[in-house]
Ligand binder design. Structure first.
Ligand code: F6R
Length: 613
């Protein structure tokens, strides 16, 4: 939610910032803006995407070696030019970009208004800019910009990643973080600041991840780090392992398509080094210390949001079936506010692509306070959730830029499958033979996904037939019910077609009333324990003239005779089938969205990492 970029050094700041904003646009695209420091601070901002800002700035003076930029996902105040960042304080002393939410902003605003401050925007960020200025001016030359920032932040409740330009100290940028991520890249006589590492990797691979409560004062050749309470901190310099190709489209029309097609590789990367070369064992180093807790857990609670929550639901089936440990799956947003019962011997598994989702983070903190052990499964290295959890496993799917999650989901399910198999083996719930069979099944997944991707043109043809539908129903049973939910979510978020996922047997308890000749029903019907039952469900749809698009095991002849369309996936163990059956659903939603002229990578109203509750 909102992308932040900053630069200080000897180069022209504007091109670096605008490129960085393009890389971060997936975080929000309601408006964009820059502030460049030269003899004065030049500010340009515009409603809409970064290219609208570029048009505005064309032929204008953007020279200067220090600057900040912002791409917005609106929270306070509608998306328009005035509410776009950066925001400058009333007397021009401070210019601020901000990602996050100032929760007590209306109280702070009222106090500032009582002291004569006027506000031009509806944003909480302008309140922060004016609060810093108010404290600075009140200090009557006794305090500097950094002190004013720290004092102001001590009065703020909420989440922020901010970068600030101070008019009286134009040789520096001040950055601070609480809740919302900030990364600082270290170059030769220059620093880069961003919400994540994607704008930084083309300049340097040395970075500092700011911790909560950190305030950094950054000059072109010097960085000092403190807490908001003025305690000095030693910056921890880390190396990025990301490569630039992973954040480019590499010839694909959209990031989403690239990420769907990357899955044979991303799934391989997820189990690389974690499955022995001779396929004799699974090793999850990140869980080594907490493994006894997991093995002895009376209950595992899985917490996540959106697509990651669907991966959690798959894990419920996996862990309960294979390891026989009870599992409950919770939305972070519900868990945090419903006074959940948490036992000290519970193990919480938090799943998140971004590692920044506010509701998941808040739920983690509640679980930790209750004394439970918390394990994270995240994709973005160095993000907040891996820092807050006791142990964890990175999914290593590589940067996911398309707002709709695809390869992150299959990477999460791969990790969760490994955990389930390992727990099953360690707790003697599955035999050594079964353990080895599961491992083999898992390592066969990338080549099977490769096979499924060959159906892309068939899926495109099917998409053309249903692109104008107003509703879709997705049905699955057992392991494939969460896949139905995920297929429906993918379709709604990028094509804006209403879609619902259901356990197939539940259809007759309500949704069957929706079925007529205009209702496409996607049925995930690979050969498993409930095959006969799902065949009956397909017959029930056909009896009411619904159109059936079935995902079936290759060679299936029964469903071929019943369904309007079949998309085949290779045979696999039913526990592994979610990793295969989700792929055609990702492609179906992608093609339908493209045919409807929707912005696939940046669907309306959405942002990639939801850092507000
Ligand atoms: C859907 C999607 C979202 C995210 C959700 C959680 O395609 O991307 O539903 O899955 O916002 O995000 P993370 O996994 O970053 O916690």
């Amino acid at each position: 939610m909102c992308g932040i970029v900053g630069y200080i050094g000897d180069k022209e700041a504007y091109p670096i910032i605008i490129n960085g904003l393009k890389r971060l646009e997936y975080r929000g695209y309601d408006s964009a803006g820059v502030a460049i420091v030269d003899k004065r601070t030049k500010i340009y901002k515009k409603k809409g995407k970064v290219n609208e800002l570029e048009k505005l700035v064309y032929n204008k003076d953007v020279s200067g070696n220090i600057g900040i930029g912002h791409t917005r996902w609106a929270t306070h105040g509608e998306p328009n030019d005035v509410n776009a960042h950066p925001h400058t304080s009333e007397n021009g002393h401070f210019t601020v970009i901000h990602n996050g939410i100032i929760e007590n902003y209306s109280r702070l605003k009222k106090r500032l208004e009582d002291r004569g401050y006027n506000f031009v925007s509806k944003t909480d960020t302008e309140v922060l800019a004016n609060l810093i200025e108010f404290i600075y001016i009140k200090g009557k030359g006794e305090i500097d910009a950094e002190q004013a920032v720290r004092l102001a932040l001590s009065k703020v409740i909420g989440a922020y990643g901010i970068v600030i330009i101070a008019k009286d100290e134009p040789d520096k940028l001040i950055a601070a973080r609480k809740g919302s991520p900030l990364v600082i890249g270290i170059g030769e006589g220059e620093y880069f600041i961003a919400s994540d590492a994607t704008p930084i990797i083309e300049h340097t691979d040395s970075v500092i991840y700011l911790n909560n409560d950190n305030v950094a004062v950054i000059k072109k050749d010097q960085l000092t780090l403190k807490t908001i309470g003025n305690d000095k901190r030693e910056p921890l310099i880390q190396k990025l392992s990301m490569d630039i190709g992973s954040i480019e489209k590499n010839g694909y029309d959209h990031f989403m398509l690239k990420e769907i097609f990357e899955q044979p590789k991303s799934i391989t990367d997820t189990f690389r080094g974690r499955i022995a070369a001779d396929l004799s064992e699974i090793r999850l180093g990140g869980l080594h210390e907490v493994m006894p807790k997991l093995e002895n857990a009376k209950r595992i609670l899985i917490i996540a949001c959106g697509t990651s929550w669907h991966a959690g639901l798959v894990a419920e089936y996996l862990i309960e079936t294979i390891a026989r440990i009870p599992v409950e799956v919770e939305y972070g947003s519900e868990f945090r506010y419903r006074k959940p019962i948490i036992y000290k011997d519970d193990v919480i598994i938090a799943i998140s692509q971004s590692g920044e989702t506010a509701d998941t983070l808040a739920a983690i903190n509640i679980a930790k306070e209750a004394g439970a052990t918390v394990v994270g499964i995240c994709n973005v290295v160095g993000s907040s959730i891996p820092r807050e959890t006791h142990a964890g496993v990175y999914t290593h799917a590589g940067p996911e830029i398309g707002v709709a999650s695809t390869k992150a989901f299959t990477a999460q399910v791969t990790v969760l499958t490994m955990i389930a198999i390992l727990l099953g083996k360690n707790n003697n719930k599955i035999s050594e033979k079964k353990y080895l069979e599961y491992i083999k099944e898992l390592t066969d997944i990338p080549s099977k996904v490769e096979e499924i991707l060959k159906s892309d043109s068939l899926i495109k043809e099917i998409s053309a037939l249903y692109k104008n539908a107003s509703n879709f129903l997705y049905l699955g049973r057992g392991y494939l019910f969460p896949v139905a939910l995920e297929g429906a979510l993918k379709l709604k978020e990028i094509s804006y077609i209403h879609a619902e996922g259901y356990p197939a047997a539940e259809m007759k308890h309500g949704p069957i009333a929706l079925i007529d000749e205009n209702m496409p029903v996607v049925v995930i019907a690979t050969q498993d324990n409930s095959y006969d039952k799902i065949v009956s469900n397909i017959q029930e749809v056909k009896a009411r003239n619904g159109k059936v698009i079935a995902i079936v095991t290759e060679g299936d002849t029964v469903i071929k005779d019943l369904a309007d369309h079949v998309i085949e996936v290779p045979k696999s163990h039913e526990a592994i089938a979610p990793l295969l059956t989700v792929i055609p659903l990702q492609l179906l939603s992608y093609h339908i969205a493209v045919m409807r002229d929707c912005n696939v990578d940046q669907p309306r109203n959405l942002a990639k990492s939801v850092t507000v509750e």
